[in-house]
Design a protein around this ligand. Structure first.
Ligand code: PLP
Length: 447
């Protein structure tokens, strides 16, 4: 295998790896990675505007994280948390409780991925409150286990059976307001719809345990709601005695230019879900929540390798790197720079309908026509494919599969932002000029 070409990798992959776990946009086979760059098995180098689905916040092979993991490996390869204790988990829990805002008694639950953390919240909340229902948002993505999918309402997930107790309501999308473009403040209308219609018809608020929300809907299309959306949602929750849960799996840990995304709205969730970048590349998720939610009973959400010492050590080192290297500040500053550069693409390319983002999560929505906003989905697939050929890794997301998602490592420099945007610029020009054929993307199903 060591000497294999990309095409040979593709054939092995086709034969050996389940399609059910594939979300492929182009034939990339990683060999090594450092900082913001990945190298493939043929030695070609790529600038990574994905961070592997917003996971590599500190970049690839961060020396501090690497060193900490090696030292922990030398102590032991595994230590159980569910039937024992170890220092890395205790230190990490203490650190997360200190970092997550909320002037109340908090605890931490550990898991292995964002999906198990969302699922655990969904399992514990009815027990803790005696209420059966939840509210979530259309376009939300909370995971890929059965229960986390019941909370999600992404087109990729609504095909599965179950989940009647989770009521889905419209998210405040300023570019495509579900209530129409002429309703004024989309956030206000969305919140009024929840309170004046949903709560009075199919979902009595006194049977709602929690509302779960992303502060920026990422897989749903990198939708940044108006600034008043989260505070208004928090206000509704408080008035009806409903818990507010923020899913910060994808954009927490500094990505938006605050340590946690909801700090932009100045709200205080009762539970925060973390994952992806938390473990610095190793599998780890966490729920940081009010004690009464997480202490509802023993042995209710057990995964054998949850909170393993290696992942917790990597997480502690990742947080240290974020703090010591000023990565939250870098995400804010370079993110703003990147945003302006992407905005300039909108002036140049008719395909670009909207550019939005917060810090190091940016979305470029492609449309066939700026007036009708008809989604340019095939074009999005072609742009990410062409960018890949040029040496840039980027994915697309969104309910119409037409939003280029840009989530680089938080260590990105302005020079790297320029380099990546130049490749996107070229890719957009090539697609607009019809230089990327349908056949070129035919074997990558995307989503
Ligand atoms: C907001 C959000 N929550 C939860 C998840 C699920 O995380 P995982 O895929 O690690 O299970 C994702 C994954 O994309 C996500 O974006």
């Amino acid at each position: 295998m060591a000497e294999s070409t990309i095409e040979e990798f593709y054939d092995f992959d086709n034969k050996l790896i389940a399609d059910a776990l594939k979300l492929r946009f182009y034939p990339f086979a990683a060999e090594s990675g450092e900082a913001c760059r990945l190298r493939d098995v043929e030695g070609k180098e790529y600038l990574d505007f994905t961070a592997g689905w917003a996971l590599a916040n500190t970049g690839y092979s961060h020396p501090h994280v690497k060193q900490a993991v090696i030292e922990q490996l030398n102590r032991t390869t595994f230590a159980s948390l569910i039937s024992g204790m170890h220092e890395p988990a205790l230190r990490l829990a203490e650190k997360l409780i200190e970092l997550v805002p909320g002037d109340f008694r908090k605890k931490v639950w550990f898991g292995l991925c964002g999906s198990d953390a969302s699922e655990t919240v969904g399992r514990l909340l009815p027990l803790a409150t005696g209420k059966r229902r939840m509210v979530s948002f259309i376009g939300g993505y909370h995971g890929s286990t059965a229960a986390s999918m019941t909370m999600s309402a992404h087109a990729a997930q609504t095909q599965f059976i179950g989940g009647g107790h989770v009521v889905k309501v419209p998210y405040a999308n300023p570019y495509r307001c579900p209530f129409g473009d002429d309703v004024g403040d989309c956030a206000e209308v969305a919140i009024r719809f929840l309170e004046d219609y949903i709560f009075k018809t199919i979902c009595p608020p006194d049977d709602v345990a929690a509302v779960i929300v992303e502060a920026v809907q990422s897989d749903g299309g990198d939708v940044v709601p108006p600034r008043n959306f989260l505070p208004m949602l928090e206000d509704v929750c408080r008035r009806h005695d409903i818990y507010l849960v923020v899913d910060d799996v994808k954009i927490g840990m500094g990505r938006t230019g605050e340590m946690f995304s909801f700090q932009h709205g100045n709200v205080t969730p009762d539970a925060v879900i973390l994952g992806k970048s938390l473990g610095g590349g190793l599998p780890l998720s966490a729920v940081v929540a009010r004690q009464e939610i997480l202490d509802v009973g023993p042995a209710l959400a057990l995964f054998t390798a949850s909170g393993n010492a290696l992942s917790c050590t990597a997480a502690l080192a990742t947080i240290e790197a974020i703090e010591q290297d000023g990565l939250v500040e870098n995400a804010r500053q370079v993110g703003a720079y990147l945003h302006n550069k992407l905005r300039a693409l909108q002036d140049k390319h008719r395909l670009v309908g909207d550019v939005r983002g917060l810090g190091m999560i940016q979305g470029v929505e492609l449309v066939k026509d700026r007036d009708t906003k008809e989604p340019a989905s095939t074009e999005a697939a072609k742009v990410v494919y062409r960018a890949f050929e040029l040496g840039l890794l980027v994915f697309y997301v969104g309910m119409f599969s037409n939003v280029l998602e840009i989530t680089p490592p938080l260590i990105l420099t302005e020079a790297e932002a320029d380099e990546g945007v130049a490749m996107l610029d070229q890719a957009l020009s090539d697609v607009e000029a019809g230089k990327v054929s349908d056949e070129a993307i035919a074997r990558y199903a995307g989503w």
